[in-house]
Design a protein. Sequence first.
Length: 166
Amino acid sequence: MNNPLINPGIGTFVWMLVSFGILAFILIKFGWPMILVALKKREDAIEQSLGEAAKAREEMKSLVAHNEELLRQAKLERDEMLRDARLASDNIIEEARAKATAEANRIVDNARESIEYEKMKAMTELKNQIANLSIEIAEKLIRAELSDKPKADTLIQKELELMKLN
């Protein structure tokens, strides 16, 4: 077990100590500031990222509030549009109802006029028939009266019976 790596001699130990000192000096002189700069950059980057994350979080809160406001406005507009649509629908129904009522009244008035016209026409025809019958009866009476009085009475009776039948 005379391995020089396990049991180094005093000379090896001194040279190892000198080389370690040189290495430590080089690292402290040149490496350590670079490591500190890298750590500072990383720390700054982390702080910046945290700041950006906080800013993004605030922006998200703002966007959420803005979205909620937009949603509330959209709901209000929807409700207003529905209300307007209902009013328009009610107005259209009311107008249709009024037009239908007016049309029904016009039809009823036309029917009344037509009925009145037909009634007057029937009355005129009836008066004409009565006048014609009266003239015929008068004619027959005059003829019969001139010829025979008992016959004239009989004739009048017959004509009256005929008129009652019609």
